[in-house]
Design a protein around this ligand. Structure first.
Ligand code: SF4
Length: 346
């Protein structure tokens, strides 16, 4: 079957700016394929059907999780205020968009960036670096602030009509809200949010994965998003908080992992990740078993020792422990993580 042709591909986060950028281009009679990037840190692919219907935009999900996990190890342009490598993130997305553009026969890429809106990635010099390093200078147009930037090749070639592009800048949303009215958007997304790398509560879950994992994968970061997180040096235990967590934890178990569950009472499923070549000591296994029992209400009420099943590599052992929170296990605070992160960059 022949692939459908599009005039333009769009970076589409689901935020208001990305919706308006697509609408501005559609208004010029251009067909748009919007790309919604997903990873353990951002992306709401489950909303795509709703967005398509509400906004009349053709959207596809693009999973960049593995590429992103590798990027997190050492982003060339560094991190923003938290663990957000915004400049490299944009570069990565634009590189992928360029590939998709070629596949779809499109002649331009658009993004909803607004000059001066974000401190790290939307300053004029950052916008230049992004388009240069992503290799998209000849095809990238930023419809919301195009008139504040020099004309781009797609505008000069008539793919997009510069006169009908916009000249928005800064952090306000007034003009975007007026445009939302003009385009009769049935729902206006709330501003920003949605990227867990920019949120301290999530970032402090990710930092130990970066610190202790040799080559963390997207699945490691997905695991870090779940349940309660405990670390003791490089021993990492994820404790399910509810049935949904338990099911997700089970689905993320890798062959070398340890799965903990209290034997005689319903309780959390806990996953101990063993990094390759770094097997847990028997002491660490006992401590993780005690933690597993600690988060099993009935085991705590029972009093005294309980049996915890520890499964790994097709074999199951039984450990007898008293429910407790052994010393040394915890989630590092972001302040500590930030200092450690800073130390790796000096
Ligand atoms: S906030 Fe998150 S998704 Fe947005 S550019 Fe930065 S790293 Fe990428």
């Amino acid at each position: 079957m022949a692939m459908q042709h599009y005039d333009v591909v769009a970076l589409f986060s689901g935020g208001l700016d990305s919706i308006i950028a697509a609408k501005v281009v559609q208004e010029q009679g251009r067909s748009v394929k919007a790309l919604h990037f997903t990873s353990p840190f951002f992306g709401k692919p489950h909303l795509i059907p709703k967005w398509q219907e509400m906004y009349g935009i053709d959207i596809e999900a693009v999973d960049v999780g593995e590429e992103y996990a590798r990027l997190m190890l050492d982003p060339p342009h560094g991190f923003g205020k938290v663990l957000n490598p915004c400049v490299d993130c944009k570069i990565l997305m634009l590189r992928r968009a360029r590939i998709r553009m070629a596949e779809l026969g499109a002649r331009a890429i658009i993004s909803g960036e607004v000059l001066g809106q974000r401190p790290m990635s939307q300053r004029r010099d950052a916008l230049n670096i992004i388009s240069r390093d992503a290799g998209v200078r000849d095809v990238l147009v930023r419809p919301l602030c195009a008139k504040r930037l020099p004309p781009t090749p797609p505008e000069e070639a008539g793919v997009l009509d510069r006169d009908r592009l916009l000249n928005i800048s800064g952090r306000g949303r007034k003009e975007q809200l007026a445009l939302a009215g003009k385009y009769k958007l049935p729902e206006i997304p709330t501003p920003a949010g949605g990227c867990m790398l920019a949120e301290v509560e999530s970032a402090k879950r990710y930092w130990p994965v970066l610190k202790w994992g040799d080559t963390p994968s997207a699945r490691d970061f997905e695991l870090a998003n779940l349940g309660r997180q405990f670390w003791k040096r490089d021993n990492w235990l994820t404790v399910g908080r509810d049935q949904a967590d338990n099911e997700r934890i089970e689905s993320l178990a890798a062959p070398g992992d340890l799965l903990f569950k209290v034997k005689d009472f319903p309780g959390p499923l806990c996953l101990g990740r063993q990094w390759p070549g770094r097997a847990w000591t028997p002491e660490a296994v006992r401590e993780a078993a005690a933690l597993t029992a600690r988060y099993c209400t009935k085991a705590r009420r029972h009093g005294g020792e309980v049996a915890v099943l520890v499964a790994s590599g097709g074999e199951t052992a039984e450990v007898h422990v008293e429910p407790c929170e052994p010393a040394g296990w915890g989630t590092p605070e972001w302040e500590t993580a930030k200092e450690e992160l800073a130390a790796t960059r000096t």
